[in-house]
Design a protein around this ligand. Structure first.
Ligand code: FES
Length: 231
């Protein structure tokens, strides 16, 4: 089948932005990333975008595809149900070049919630044990690949990039709900801040955008309850 692909182009030096159009013959089961690689290899090698694993693990190729945040490597042409494909950078982040955005504000929010295990007690002789029920409390939020699709779908982030944001909340949830972790007081400082949890208005954009189907709005609700109880 033939598709028309419009790709956003941006040159930071001149500030010029435009869409470049390519008409390609594709297999409906091709992924958007396959088509982009084909365009880069055979039509225009100057197009800039990020990708690494190609299999939905690294999170580097999140972008807007037909107006929705998705991973290019996980999106089949046939699932777009359209012969027109419009590819744009993630919203709410400064564009550096074409589809590459500045992820610094995203990672600043992440750093604020200390996204790593802080042991509650000194290391035991054997492993730190946990029941199946305790592990289940944060099973969903371990799936995050930090692609930024959730945070860049949030209007609170579009207007304030100091907002800690959904991806950081997911990571905070993963550690706060972990019975072995002891860093919650430090994380509460960022969560209960003016740029923290309370800027979330539960509109579910983040949940809809997540390529890993993490129930992000539910996790944020659990963090809000935790914060009220433990502040
Ligand atoms: S290239 Fe790694 S998630 Fe798509």
């Amino acid at each position: 089948m033939e598709v028309t692909v419009d790709i956003y182009r941006y040159d930071q030096e001149t500030g010029a932005a435009r869409f470049d159009r390519f008409v390609k013959e594709v297999d409906p089961k091709d992924r958007v990333l396959d088509v982009m690689m084909d365009i880069k290899d055979y039509d225009d090698g100057t197009i800039a975008f990020r990708k690494s694993c190609g299999h939905g693990v690294c999170g580097s190729d999140a972008m807007q595809i037909n107006g929705i945040n998705r991973l290019a490597c996980q999106t089949l042409i046939q699932d777009l149900k359209s012969r027109s494909i419009r590819i744009e950078p993630l919203k709410g982040m400064k564009v550096l070049r074409d589809l590459i955005v500045d992820m610094d504000p995203f990672f600043t929010g992440l750093e604020r919630i200390k996204p790593y295990f802080i042991p509650k007690e000194s290391a035991p002789v054997t492993e730190r044990r946990q029941s199946i029920a305790e592990r289940a409390l944060f099973d969903d939020t371990t799936k995050c690949i930090m692609c930024g699709a959730c945070t860049s779908s949030c209007p609170s982030f579009w207007t304030n990039d100091a907002y800690v944001g959904p991806a950081a909340f997911v990571k905070a949830h993963r550690f706060i709900m972990d019975s072995r972790d002891g860093g919650n007081d430090q994380r509460l400082e960022a969560l209960d801040d003016k740029d923290g949890l309370w800027r979330c208005h539960s509109i579910f954009n983040c949940t809809d955008a997540c390529p890993r189907d993490i129930q992000i709005t539910k996790a944020i609700g659990e963090l809000k309850r935790y914060t009220v109880v433990h502040r």
